[in-house]
Design a protein around this ligand. Structure first.
Ligand SMILES: NC(=O)c1ccc[n+]([C@@H]2O[C@H](COP(=O)([O-])OP(=O)(O)OC[C@H]3O[C@@H](n4cnc5c(N)ncnc54)[C@H](OP(=O)(O)O)[C@@H]3O)[C@@H](O)[C@H]2O)c1
Length: 274
């Protein structure tokens, strides 16, 4: 299978490229998905069977400060990628987010629940889902949450860094989702996109926790268990974006194909062992 990966320098893109070494990878600054001609040219040159679309503006607070930038990259950029996939007859796998849900369900979200994005990042990713589903016939929408990959911009590295710099932390107790590790996610994605069963999939490590509990586990497992963590709420922590409060994703569709991910605690422990 000929694969084209957008955003191949990102956390997930790198993990996927390692699994498809012969894939063609594109990313900024060489290829900007907001330029339709650039993505068209790459697709015309390489004739992929699958476009694995990981590129995105992933700075959630940055998206709240500059929603148009988020809509350009995550919405219109995905429109460009989807149109290129449709023209080439390639399947499209689009990576989306738990944040498309508003967090009010009170239970983990299955693939059949109705999105209701609360913030510009989420709305822009939801726009990307619309383009994937409406401009191509062979698409996978792969929703995930709280991604961590080695060296990436993520909560695990940030908590360790802040603990070392400040010696104490304040972390919210009322934002709950599923930590997910890109090596496990990449394995699951490779399996899902080999099935030809197009549709929506929720792929996260199993289980869920609050940011507070997650931070505590990160500190315990990285030799920083002595660092005090003050529990706070989202109301105490003003930020540009409004995250959904309870947005774990339930893996219903992939589990029906026998594709599951291990509990997040086991993945975190392995990640921190290095
Ligand atoms: N990170 C999470 O917690 C999380 C959670 C749920 C879903 N997701 C989704 O999962 C996917 C992968 O996330 P990730 O954490 O691996 O992201 P990441 O590490 O931020 O990687 C995204 C890559 O896309 C590139 N990119 C941004 N705008 C682009 C453009 N206009 N044209 C081409 N490339 C562009 C970025 O380049 P620069 O670094 O130069 O901007 C970066 O290399 C994204 O679709 C994201 O929305 C992420």
């Amino acid at each position: 299978m000929r694969v084209l990966i957008t955003g191949h320098k990102g956390q997930l893109g790198r993990a996927l490229h390692a699994r498809w070494p012969s894939a063609v990878g594109v990313d900024l600054p060489e290829v900007d998905i907001t330029e339709a001609g650039a993505i068209d040219a790459i697709v015309a040159e390489h004739h992929p069977d699958l476009i694995m679309h990981c590129a995105a503006m992933t700075d959630v607070d940055g998206a709240a400060r500059d929603p148009q930038a988020a809509y350009r990259a995550n919405g219109l950029g995905t429109q460009n990628v989807a149109l290129a996939a449709a023209r080439a007859g390639a399947a499209l796998a689009y990576v989306s987010t738990n944040e498309v849900f508003d967090g009010t369900k009170g239970a983990p979200y299955v693939e059949f629940d109705t999105p209701n994005p609360l913030n510009p990042y989420a709305a822009s990713k939801r726009a990307g889902e619309w383009f994937a589903a409406n401009l191509t016939r062979q698409f996978y929408i792969l929703r995930t949450s709280w991604l961590t990959g080695r060296g990436g911009r993520n909560f695990v590295h940030r908590i360790q860094q802040l603990a070392d710099e400040r010696g104490q932390l304040s972390v919210v107790t009322d934002e709950v989702a599923s930590p997910t590790f890109v090596e496990d996610l990449a394995d699951a994605i490779v399996q899902v996109v080999s099935t030809g069963r197009y549709g929506i999939y929720h792929l996260t490590n199993a289980g869920y926790c609050s940011r507070y509990d997650y931070a505590r586990q990160i500190l315990e497992l990285s030799g920083r268990g002595h660092v005090p963590v003050q529990p706070i709420t989202l109301a105490d922590y003003p930020r540009p974006s409004t995250p959904p409060k309870f947005s774990p994703l339930a893996n219903f569709a992939a589990a029906a194909l026998g594709i599951t991910l291990r509990p997040w605690q086991a993945a975190l422990a392995e990640f921190l062992k290095g």
